[in-house]
Design a protein around this ligand. Structure first.
Ligand SMILES: [Cu+2]
Length: 311
């Protein structure tokens, strides 16, 4: 089990040498192979250096040019070529297989839009997949180049504007994994994370059922007021809530109530942090593209309650 709440909190388990899927396992293997082979090369080279220094003063015992040619050119070339081809073959292997599930991820300034084309579900900063199923991630960027990386599942692929790229990943077992933008994209790049949740089959079905629901119109007066504030304060100009508003300038908020984090993994999602985010996102994520709002405490409370009621 790994415990991490936000982009700032990275635990020691969330790294590429702790693989949780076949692609990551292969990459970790290549890493260890390279460490061993190049470690040996380093030790042998250092030993030769010491030897060379030791014999310098003893004329007549110098190695011939044949030794220098073989040890200094032929052997390194052979080792490098073998390692290069091993890595190329492995990389080609990573993209293979028939995907059983599809997710489309589009990066924006500085958050991730997540679409499930076969399910008609839209979400943000949180990707849900069935465990044990090879998943095809279709990656794209809305503006500048970002890069998509889930260290424990492997991969890492650029997200380019107008040119979809693909990455095939699988999680061996149910669990939560940290993902992040790994190409500097200005401003709050370091606060642009997401999480991937892999579910067991039944749990995944439940998740699909819950996320397929259109939020009901509230009847509780507090929530009714909150919904009004959402429309009056211009939130709807940037955010979609299914059945109420449409815009993908900011993250889709249809399921914000059950999201684990806010601000693309920057803060945990709780009542207090949601209210704080709405009041002034700039203190939490400086440079983010959401303006601060000026709401009365009553309206802020109603709006927060309404957003937290979303499924
Ligand atoms: Cu970035």
């Amino acid at each position: 089990m790994n415990f991490f709440n936000t982009a700032r909190e990275v635990t020691a388990t969330e790294h590429m040498l702790n693989p949780a899927g076949p692609a990551a396992a292969r990459i970790a293997e290549i890493w260890w192979e390279m460490l061993v082979v190049y470690g040996i090369v380093y030790l042998v080279t250092m030993a030769l250096l010491v030897w060379a220094l030791a014999i310098r003063r003893r004329e007549g015992s110098r190695p011939g040019s044949r030794f220098v040619f073989i040890a200094g050119f032929v052997i390194p070339t052979v080792i490098l070529v073998i390692m290069l081809f091993a890595a190329i073959l492995d990389t080609m292997e990573l993209g293979k297989g028939e995907p059983g599930f599809r997710v489309k991820v589009t990066s924006h300034h500085w958050w991730f839009e997540v679409q499930y084309p076969d399910l008609g579900i839209v979400d943000a900063n949180e990707i849900n997949i069935p465990a044990g199923v090879l998943t095809d991630f279709e990656l794209q960027s809305h503006a500048v180049v970002h890069s998509f990386w889930i260290p424990r599942l492997g991969g890492k692929r650029d997200m380019l504007p107008d040119h979809p790229t693909h990455l095939m990943l699988m999680a061996d077992e149910a669990g939560e994994f940290r993902g992040t933008c790994t190409e500097y994209c200005a401003g709050p790049h370091a606060l642009m994370a997401f999480r991937l949740i892999a579910h067991d089959p039944e749990e995944f079905e439940q998740w699909v059922r819950r996320r397929s629901r259109i939020p009901e119109e509230p009847s509780d007066p507090l929530l009714v007021r909150g919904r009004e504030v959402f429309m009056e304060q211009g939130c709807m100009a940037c955010h979609a809530i299914r059945g109420l508003s449409e815009s993908n300038t900011g993250p889709d908020l249809t399921h914000v109530g059950s999201r684990r984090t806010l601000g693309a993994g920057t803060i945990p999602n709780s009542e207090g942090s949601l209210a704080g985010w709405i009041a002034n996102p700039q203190t939490i994520k400086p440079g983010s593209l959401m303006p601060r709002s000026f709401l009365s405490p009553e309206d802020l409370h109603a709006l927060t309650a309404y957003l937290r009621s979303l499924p």
